[in-house]
Design a protein around this ligand. Structure first.
Ligand code: NAD
Ligand code: SIN
Length: 473
């Protein structure tokens, strides 16, 4: 059993032990931050080219160790091996995308300052914050922390990273890849532990915190950081994401997109569709196709052959929570969320019609889809926005005019048409509104929160026009 000073990670699909280690104490967290602060001086002062050399070496190490990396991700999360490989691909691809984003969004500019009579130079440059804490979630234990770490290192920050307590092995492995790439000691520190270690890190002497995780944790961090508004806080949280189907002709294609949106990664993506909104009395064939498809999804261990569509959820505790929450919702059950194997967290997809039911506006982070029937398209948009979250949304069907109505009315950071709600692109900004984030989107815009701008007017000799109101000497 895990104790408060030991952390164990078990393969969720069979319960076997994968990794164990010590939980960092508050003093150890403070020491890690102090080491990072020392190391940041050299890293931040190094030339951008020198930093990029290390970051590109990291990409090469990731590519060289891709198989072992993906295997470990699959073992620790229970996600299918094919999917873990795509996660490793995203980790490697993040490097060039972040280098480009750094140059475009936080690069340097110098120009003649036109309003200066002696032709001073106006400069815009960026500085790193210093030491940044990174807190990661378990569902993408490599790709999502990496999405903060790579741009933060490029900008010249040092990092103290606490992986999720559910995926410490992947966090430790990824830090090892940075060491192999030649990142100087101390520039990336890892502290392992539960929420208490996260709280200790958030409260330590860091210059900011980059967070991906659940809305309740993000809200707790926002409260903690309210006392220190000078520190950067980037929050990427969950969603209660709507998927509208309207005037859709191609039932098979739409059903596939619905299944992928709702059930990919066993529903453990922040962008997964949680609510399917349809016109009342329409789309009976589509709903039948979605249910038929849900029944055909292969659910199995990560390395099973043939490869599964989805694996288990992260833990028995998570499975129990989802089963309890799904049963409490009410509505008309079309497919119940069920435990597939006794004592293990494999769940079959749940589909429930909740039209007219007062469902709590929370994120159920698993393979569970709620159907809502509405009378017209305005009601559909209102239902889509009837949430405190605002991460992703999609419309399936309709023409461009209908999509433009949907886009204009949608309150979400990702709005798609005839494509799934999930599978966000790293070369676009990624974040949401409301309980989904704090307007510091990640992915392509992560560069923005990793550095702060300094505006300068510069000249070789002091000069200003004599100010008004100075008497003759
Ligand atoms: P979580 O909030 O439980 O944990 C995330 C991290 O925060 C972990 O390292 C945890 O130990 C730490 N933590 C927990 N409580 C803390 C506290 N009070 N103070 C400081 N640190 C604390 O999230 P999770 O369950 O690991 O991940 C799943 C969640 O992440 C889902 O809600 C999902 O939607 C969200 N998510 C969001 C995005 C996004 O980019 N918007 C992406 C992936 C996952
Ligand atoms: C996630 O970050 O949880 C999902 C990203 C995506 O697939 O859109």
């Amino acid at each position: 059993m895990p104790t408060s000073d030991r952390l164990e990670s078990r393969r969720p699909y069979d319960g076997s032990l994968l990794w164990q280690g010590a939980v960092a104490t508050e003093a150890e967290v403070a020491a890690a931050v102090a080491r990072a602060r020392m190391a940041q001086r050299g890293w931040g002062a190094a030339s951008l080219d020198d930093r990029l050399q290390v970051v590109r070496a990291f990409r090469a190490v990731v590519e060289a160790e891709a198989e072992a990396f993906a295997r470990l991700i699959a073992e620790e999360t229970g996600k299918p091996f094919w999917e873990a490989k795509t996660e490793v691909g995203s980790v490697a691809a993040k490097v060039e995308i972040s280098i480009q984003a750094h140059a475009e969004r936080t690069g340097s500019r110098e120009a003649v300052f036109k309003s200066d009579p002696k032709g001073a130079t106006q400069a815009l440059r960026h500085k790193p914050h210093g030491v940044l804490a990174v807190l990661g979630p378990y569902n993408f234990p490599a790709h999502l922390p990496n999405g903060h770490i790579v741009p933060a290192l490029i900008a010249g920050n040092a990092i103290v990273f606490k992986p999720s307590e559910q995926t410490p092995a992947v966090g430790a492995f990824m830090a090892g890849l940075w060491a192999k790439a030649g990142l100087p000691d101390g520039v990336l520190e890892v502290v392992q532990g539960f929420a208490a270690t996260g709280r200790a890190l958030a409260g330590a002497d860091v210059d900011g915190l980059l967070f991906t995780g659940s809305a309740p944790t993000g809200a707790a961090l926002a409260r903690q950081y309210a006392e220190t508004p000078g520190r950067i806080l980037a929050l990427e949280m969950g969603g209660n994401n709507p998927l509208l189907v309207w005037d859709a002709a191609d039932v098979e294609a739409v059903a596939l997109i619905v299944a992928q949106s709702a059930f990919l990664s066993a529903g453990q993506r922040c962008t997964c569709a949680r609510r399917l909104i349809v016109e009342d009395g329409q789309h009976a064939a589509l709903l039948d196709a979605v249910v038929a498809l849900a029944d055909r999804l292969r659910i199995d261990e990560p390395f099973a052959e043939p490869q599964p569509f989805m694996g288990c959820v992260i833990s028995d505790r998570a499975a129990d929570g989802l089963l309890t929450a799904s049963q409490a919702i009410g509505g008309k059950t079309i497919r119940p969320l069920l435990r597939l194997r006794e004592g293990l967290p494999f769940l079959t997809p749940g589909i429930v019609d909740v039209t007219g039911v007062d469902v709590p506006d929370t994120e159920l982070f698993g393979p569970f889809l709620q159907i809502v029937r509405v009378k017209d398209f305005d009601a559909a948009i209102a239902a889509a926005n009837d949430t405190r979250f605002g991460l992703s949304a999609a419309l399936l069907g309709g023409d461009r005019a209908l999509y433009e109505r949907f886009w204009a009315g949608s309150r979400a950071g990702v709005v798609n048409w005839n494509r799934p709600t999930n599978g966000a692109a790293s070369n676009a900004p990624f974040g949401g509104i409301g309980l989904s984030g704090n307007h510091r989107p990640s992915a392509y815009y992560a560069a923005d929160y990793c550095a702060w701008p300094v505006a300068s007017v510069e000249a070789e000799a002091p000069f200003i026009a004599t100010p008004v109101g100075i008497a003759d000497a």
